[in-house]
Design a binder for this molecule. Structure first.
Ligand SMILES: [Fe+2]
Ligand SMILES: [Fe+2]
Length: 280
């Protein structure tokens, strides 16, 4: 018993139970390296195992978490606005670290190919890097993660889909992370205009790596639909309407969404405006 390495699900629960952002991401990256070594046969064998993840991941005392309507809006053209933008992205990335470990722990009882776990461990490792990159950018501008209030509603999608793996895949990677593909080019433009190269480079890393996270979502969503002989598009629409509160917001990054295996007929019918047909 004593020399048995922790299972992957137990490691996931430990990341979720770590409050400090830099500590959480350090543990996340170490566990991702351990998993890769186990899979390559160069490290101790790690089983999938099972664990009971917390309902809410542990979080630091700061930032203060506010209802989205109470989070102050700042002009993106100002220094304060750019810091607020980086702070908001850091908050999203920290949440994403927890979301990717949570899917592993929460659904470890569902029989899935090992590739499913490989993908989410890799995504969690990348989110950890993204959080650290955003913290580095904030610190270079004289701020830090926790200096500003942040959005309190980020864990809602995880709670709503805690018992539904297909619902989780539909809402988290295929809606929320796909939204990141839509908005990141605009953010890169803000920092390029301000000449803040460090933030431009960090956001470009995030932009490139997030395409794969959306792709993991659509890959495993389609896999589960195929296993149960379901029509992926119909099921996607049903699950997003069930679990996602609100309409999807165009404009969409159709090119990167296509790269990630998300065709337009998945997301356009859920948009809050009807796409004009070509030539109309
Ligand atoms: Fe990310
Ligand atoms: Fe991601």
């Amino acid at each position: 018993m004593g020399d048995q390495p922790l299972s992957l699900a137990e490691r996931a629960a430990k990341v979720l139970a770590t409050a400090d952002g830099r500590e959480k991401t350090a543990l996340s990256r170490r566990y991702a390296a351990d998993w890769a070594a186990s899979r390559a046969g160069t490290g101790p064998d790690i089983s999938i195992g099972t664990a009971e993840p917390p309902v809410h991941p542990a979080r630091p005392d700061r930032p203060e978490l506010l209802h989205p309507r109470d989070v102050p809006k700042r002009k993106p053209g100002s220094e304060a606005g750019r810091i607020a933008l980086l702070h908001a992205v850091a908050h999203i990335e920290l949440n994403a670290v927890d979301l990717h470990w949570d899917i592993i722990a929460r659904f470890s009882h569902v029989p899935m190919p090992l590739g499913f776990f490989d993908d989410w461990v890799k995504a969690a490792d990348e989110e950890s890097k993204h959080f650290n990159l955003m913290c580095d950018c904030l610190e270079a501008l004289g701020s830090h993660y926790g200096a500003l209030p942040a959005h309190a509603g980020m864990w809602r999608a995880a709670e709503d889909t805690a018992d539904d793996l297909m619902g989780r895949l539909a809402v988290v990677p295929m809606v929320l992370e796909a939204r990141g593909l839509d908005v990141t080019p605009g953010m890169i433009g803000v920092f390029r205009k301000a000449g803040i190269t460090q933030a431009v480079e960090a956001l470009e890393v995030i932009y490139a790596e997030e395409v794969a996270h959306v792709a993991y979502g659509s890959k495993w969503f389609n896999f589960l639909c195929g296993r149960d002989d379901l029509d992926p598009k119909e099921v996607f629409h049903t699950l997003v309407r069930k679990y996602f509160h609100g309409a999807l917001k165009p404009p969409f990054n159709e090119e990167k969404r296509a790269d990630a295996g998300l065709p337009p007929d998945f997301y356009w019918p859920l948009a809050d405006q009807v796409k004009p047909l070509p030539g109309w």
